[in-house]
Design a protein around this ligand. Sequence first.
Ligand SMILES: [Zn+2]
Length: 495
Amino acid sequence: MAVRLAVLGLGHETNTFSTVPADLATYEDGGIHREQEVVAHYATSQATFAGFLAPAGEGVDLVPLLAAWINPCGAITAEAFQVIVDEMVDRLAAGGPFDGVLLGLHGAAVAEGWLDADAEIAARVRAVVGPDVPIGVVVDMHANVDHRLVETVDVLLPYQTNPHVDARERGLECRSRVLEIIRTGHRPGLVLEQLPLVVTITRQDTREEPMAGLLAVARELEQGPGVLDVSIVEGFPYADVPQMGMSVVAAHRDGPEAARQVARTMAGHIWNAREELQGGGVSVEDALDQVEAHTGGKPLLVLDVGDNVGGGGPGDSTVLLEAAVRRRVGGVVTVLLDPPTVAGIAGVAVGERVRVEAGGRSVEQDGRPVPLDAVVVGRSDGHYEEPTMAHGGLRFFDAGPMVALRTDDDITVVLTSKLVQPITPYQLRAVGLEPASFRAIVAKGVNGPRAGYADVCGGQVVVDTPGVTRLSVREFRYQHRRRPMYPFEPETAYL
Ligand SMILES: [Zn+2]
C-alpha cells in the first residue's frame, strides 16, 4: 500500500498596522489553487509546495488539496479565514485517510479573532487527522512562531535564507522527515525557544553579518549527535502578537530535553549579537545624492523600506518618486500600484503622451499622487515568469494590466493593477524595459528584491522611508507584544 500524503496550506504574512484587509475577494482573485491547480502553479517553481510535490518515487502518493497564498497586508478577515480553512479541512476529511500531512504556512498570519492563526489552522488539521498522523510544516523565516503551533505538529522547518531561496529545499526536507516518522513510528523532540528580541529588517540578510555567522553556528550545532534541526527564525515585527520576535526551533532524536538544550545554546549566540541585529538606513535625500553620484556600472538597487510590499506595504508610496521628480534625477525606474490610473489610460498607445497623477492613493503612507507628464513606453497584461530564482521561490506572477511611463527627465514609472512584490527583473522586462539600462531601480522591499536583482544590480541603498513597514519599530504602538523586549526596552534580560 502506498503512503498517502496530503498537501495543503494557507499562507499570510500579516502586517497588523496595515488597514488593507486580507479578504475573501483578494484570495479568490488568483490566491487559491485547488488540486491539480496547485501542481500547475507551484510544481515547477522553487516554493515550499514545489518541495512538497517533487517526484517522490514509488510508494508515495502526493495528494494536493488546496494552497491559499496572497501578498502580505492586514489581517485575514473572519469570513476569509472561516471559508478557506473550512474548505481545507473538508477536503482533508473527504480525501482521507492520509498517512501524513504536509502543511504550508507562513507563520506570521493573523486573522480577525485569531492572533495565532497559523496554530489555529494546524489545530484544525490535527482535529481531522487525529493524534497519530504526522503533520509536517514549513514556515517562512519571518514566522512569529508560537508554542501552540509547535505542540500541534511533528515537524516544523523554517526557511533558513533571507532573501528566501531555500523554500523548495525545506519543503523536500519536511516531506522526508514526515516519511521517516511514518516509517519508524518515532517522533523526535521538537521545541521552540523564543527570544525577547526583534531584529531590524536591515540586518536580516542571511548572506551578511551578523546573520551569516549565526546561521553558521546553527549548521554546526546540527552536526551534534541526534540533532535533526536547529533553525533560526527572524520573526516579523510588523505583526502585533504575543509571539512576535526572534526564535529558535530545534528537533532532536533523543526527545524534547535534548532539543531544548541545543535550542538554548543557539539562542544564547543570537542574544549576544542583539546589538549587531539592529540597523539603520539613509534618508530620502541622501539616497538620491547617492543615485546622482552613481555614473556607469550596474544600477543601484534602492530599497524603499517603509513601503515594503513583502512586509505589508501598500505599494504606492510616492515618497522616493516625488523626490526624484523634484530633483530631476534621471535614469531611475520604480513600480507603483495604481489600478485607476492604468485603467484611465488603457486606450493610450505606446509612444503617445499622457498626463496622470501616479500612486499615493492608499491612506496609510505619506506620499501623495505625483503629477507626471510622460510618454507611454510599454504595456503588458501583467503576467510574467521568473524562470530561475526569486525571493520565496515563486515562478508565476500576475500584476494585472501594467503600463510604463517615462518623463522628459528620464524617470520611468511602471504602474500595476495588482499588488505584487518587486522581486524579479522580469517584472520590468514584461513592459519591455531592460533593467540593466537604468542608473537606479527603486524597489519596494528590503531583502526580497536582492535575490532576483543580484545579477542586474551592483550595490544597494537602504532608505529609511515612512510607512507601515518603516525601519524603526519603536514608532509603532503595540498592544500584544511581550514586555520587556529588546530593543524596545534596552535593559531587557534573557538567559
Ligand atoms: Zn519572509
